[in-house]
Design a protein around this ligand. Structure first.
Ligand code: FAD
Length: 571
C-alpha cells in the first residue's frame, strides 16, 4: 500500500535512484517513494544470467532511444537504456571500472567544491562488496589490490568465472608489453593505464544490478515504497508563499499508472534519477529549461535555465577483428592507453594542433547549443580536458580484446575514444510526457573525435602486427586490408568509421554539475539552480566524461549525494 505523501520522491528506480532510496530510508523516520516506469526483473533470466548480454535489447526492458540523424555517418543511432527496477544496471555489460583519480579532482577545479578523488574514494568502498578471486581465477590471471576495494557494501563485484587463462590473455599481455604498455594489477585504484582483467557487478554467477544490491534486501522497510510501471510526468510546484523568495519549491510529482493520472506530495524533496536521456526532459516538462524550447511546446517557464539538456557527451564504439589460424581461447580483457601510447612521437604536435583548435571548437559547440552554452565556459572546460589528456596523462583509449565467442577463431577488439570534445543535447520534442525526447549526441562532429578514433584503430592494427600476437593471427578481418589498406590515409579510415560506429551507451552530462555562470544545471550538492528542493542524481550530472565505465562511479556518486542530502537536512 502506498500513501499519498512522502518525505522524498525519487523519480526513476535505476542505478542511482535505488542507492538514494536505500540510504535516505535508513532513517525509519524518513519516508521514501521510488517511482519507476519499468517492472521488476528479479527473475528475468535475460537480466540475471551474465551470459545473456544483449538479450534484453529491444524488449520492454530497453528504452532503445533513437537519436536524430547524425551529420557524421548519416543515420540515427540507437542509445540503449534500461527500463526496469534497476535501470540500465539490469541490462548493461556489468563492467566495474572506475575513473582516473585526477579526473574527479578536475570536478573540483572547475568549481564543484568537495568533489575530488579523495572525497569520493570512501564511497567507492562503501558501495562495494568485492569477492576475493578464487585460486582458479588467480591462476587465470586475476590480480587486485585489497586496499582499493570495499568488502561490506551492498554491491557485489567479482571476477567472472575463469577456469584457465586461455591463449589470448597472455598473448596480448606480451604483445602490449613489447609496445610499452604494462599489466595493471588493479585498474580500480585511480590509475587506469595498462592491460588488465576487470571485475564485474556479479554475485557468484548472477548479475548484481542496483535492485538486487540496493533494493531487494531492504524491501521490507516500512518507510520505503516503490511504485512500478508508473511514469512521472512532471514536477509540481508549490504556490509561492511570498514574492520575495526567488527559489521555487517542488510540492510533489504528477504520475501516470496505466490510464490514471494522480498527484503525490513530496514533503521534503524531489530527486530526479531518470537517467541522462530523461532527467533533463522531466525538468523541461516541469517548466525548467530554455525558454526557446519550452515556449515552442506551450510550457510556462518557471525557471529560465537554458543549459538543461545541453552538454551531452557520448563516445563512439567501433569493432575491429582478426582471425587466428586456430581456435582462440580466453576471457574479456581491457586495455587503457594514453595519448602518448596512441600517438607516440607525434604526441606533442597532436597536442599543439588540438590546443590551437579549441577556441574554434568552443565557438562551434556554443553555436550548436543555440548559444545556451557560453563559448568562454566551453573553452575553459576544453582547456581542462586538454590538460587531463596531455599533461596529466588520463587514458584516451579503451580497447576490449576478447575471443569473439560465436566465431571461435576470431579475436574482437572493441574500442572507443574516451574523451571526445563534441557536445550534443537532449530536449523534449513534444509537450506529452509519454513522448521520447529528441537526442543529438553529435557523434564525430569535431575532427579530434574522429582523429582519436582513427588513431586507436591504427594502434590496434599495430598490436595485431606485433609479436607474439602477429604469429598467432592469420589476417585482420575488420576492416581488413582490402577495405582499409596498410598505408591508408586519414580520409579512408574516416570513411570506414562513418559506417562502423555505434553509441558506446555511456552518455553523460545533460544537467551538468558546474557553476551556473559556466552553464551548470545543478550545484555541488546536485540541487537544480533556482529550486529549493529539486535535485538530479544520475549520469546527467557529470561535467565531463569519466574514463572507465559509468556504474562504479555512479554508485559512489549517489552514495556521496545521499550523505550530502542528509547533511543539508541537518543543517
Ligand atoms: P538508469 O540506471 O538508466 O536509471 C534510470 C531509471 O529511470 C530507469 O529505470 C528508467 O526506467 C527510469 N525512468 C526514466 N524515465 C522515467 C519516468 N518519467 N518516470 C519513472 N521512471 C523513469 N556501465 C558500466 O559501468 N559497465 C558496463 O558494462 C556498461 N555497459 C552498458 C551496456 C548497455 C547496453 C547500456 C545501456 C549501458 C551500459 N553501461 C555500462 C552504462 C550504465 O549502465 C549507465 O550509465 C548507468 O546504469 C546509468 O545509471 P542512471 O542512474 O543514470 O540511470
Amino acid at each position: 500500500a502506498t500513501s499519498q505523501s512522502y518525505d522524498y520522491i525519487v523519480v526513476g528506480g535505476g542505478t542511482s535512484g535505488l542507492v538514494l532510496a536505500n540510504r535516505l530510508s535508513e532513517d525509519p523516520g524518513v519516508s521514501v517513494l521510488v517511482v519507476e516506469a519499468g517492472s521488476s526483473v528479479l527473475n528475468n533470466v535475460n537480466v540475471t544470467d551474465p551470459n545473456r548480454y544483449s538479450m534484453a535489447f529491444d524488449t520492454k526492458l530497453d528504452w532503445a532511444y533513437e537519436s536524430v540523424n547524425q551529420s557524421f555517418g548519416g543515420g540515427p543511432q540507437v542509445l540503449r537504456a534500461g527500463r526496469a527496477l534497476g535501470g540500465s544496471s539490469a541490462i548493461n555489460g556489468m563492467a566495474y571500472v572506475r575513473a582516473q583519480d585526477v579526473q574527479v579532482d578536475a570536478w573540483e577545479a572547475i568549481g564543484n567544491d568537495g568533489w575530488t578523488w579523495e572525497t569520493l574514494f570512501p564511497y567507492y568502498l562503501k558501495s562495494e562488496n568485492f569477492t576475493i578471486p578464487a585460486q582458479t581465477q588467480v591462476d587465470a590471471g586475476a590480480t587486485f589490490e585489497s586496499a582499493e576495494h570495499g568488502f561490506q557494501g551492498p554491491l557485489r563485484t567479482a571476477f567472472p568465472p575463469m577456469n584457465a587463462t586461455g591463449e589470448l590473455t597472455p598473448l596480448i599481455n606480451e604483445t602490449l608489453h613489447a609496445l610499452g604498455i604494462p599489466w595493471n594489477r588493479d585498474i580500480n585504484g585511480g590509475r587506469m593505464r595498462g592491460f588488465s582483467i576487470y571485475p564485474w557487478t556479479l554475485d557468484g554467477e548472477i548479475r548484481h544490478d542496483a535492485a538486487r544490491a540496493y533494493y531487494w534486501p531492504f524491501a521490507n522497510r516500512a518507510n520505503l515504497h516503490v511504485l512500478l510501471d508508473t511514469r512521472v510526468n512532471r514536477i509540481l510546484w508549490a504556490q509561492p508563499s511570498n514574492t520575495t523568495t526567488d527559489e521555487l519549491t517542488a510540492s510533489g510529482v504528477e504520475i501516470s499508472l496505466a490510464n490514471t493520472t494522480s498527484h503525490i506530495v513530496a514533503k521534503k524533496e524531489v530527486i530526479l534519477s531518470a537517467g541522462v536521456l530523461r532527467s533533463p526532459a522531466l525538468l523541461e516538462l516541469s517548466g525548467v529549461g530554455n525558454p526557446r524550447i519550452l515556449e515552442a511546446y506551450g510550457i510556462p517557464v518557471m525557471i529560465d535555465l537554458p543549459t538543461v539538456g545541453e552538454n551531452l557527451q557520448d563516445q563512439m564504439n567501433t569493432l575491429m577483428t582478426a582471425s587466428g589460424e586456430n581456435i582462440v581461447t580466453g576471457g574479456r580483457t581491457v586495455t587503457f592507453a594514453t595519448a602518448q601510447d596512441i600517438f607516440g612521437t607525434t604526441t606533442a604536435s597532436v597536442a599543439a594542433a588540438l590546443y590551437a583548435q579549441l577556441p574554434a571548437y568552443a565557438h562551434q559547440m556554443a553555436t550548436a547549443s543555440h548559444d545556451a552554452m557560453p563559448a568562454e565556459a566551453l573553452l575553459r572546460l576544453f582547456h581542462v580536458q586538454h590538460d587531463l589528456i596531455f599533461k596529466q596523462n588520463v587514458p584516451v583509449a579503451e580497447i576490449i580484446f576478447k575471443p569473439a565467442g560465436s566465431d571461435t577463431t576470431t579475436i574482437n577488439a572493441g574500442y572507443w575514444g574516451l574523451l571526445p570534445y563534441a557536445r550534443g543535447s537532449v530536449h523534449i520534442a513534444s509537450a506529452s510526457p509519454a513522448a521520447n525526447p529528441s537526442i543529438n549526441p553529435n557523434y564525430g562532429l569535431l575532427p579530434w573525435d574522429v582523429q582519436l578514433q582513427n588513431a586507436i584503430a591504427r594502434f590496434i592494427r599495430s598490436v595485431f602486427n606485433t609479436d607474439p600476437l602477429r604469429s598467432f593471427i592469420k589476417e585482420e578481418t575488420l576492416p581488413g586490408l582490402a577495405a582499409v589498406p596498410g598505408n591508408a590515409s586519414d580520409s579512408v579510415w574516416t570513411d570506414w568509421l562513418k559506417h562502423n560506429y555505434a553509441s558506446n551507451f555511456h552518455p553523460v552530462g545533460t544537467t551538468a554539475m558546474l557553476p551556473r555562470s559556466m552553464g551548470g544545471v545543478v550545484n555541488p550538492h546536485m540541487k537544480v539552480y533556482g529550486t529549493a528542493n529539486v535535485r538530479v542524481v544520475d549520469n546527467s550530472i557529470h561535467p565531463f566524461q569519466l574514463c572507465g565505465h559509468p556504474v562504479s562511479n555512479l554508485y559512489a556518486i549517489a552514495e556521496r549525494a545521499a550523505d550530502l542530502i542528509k547533511g543539508d537536512m541537518k543543517g
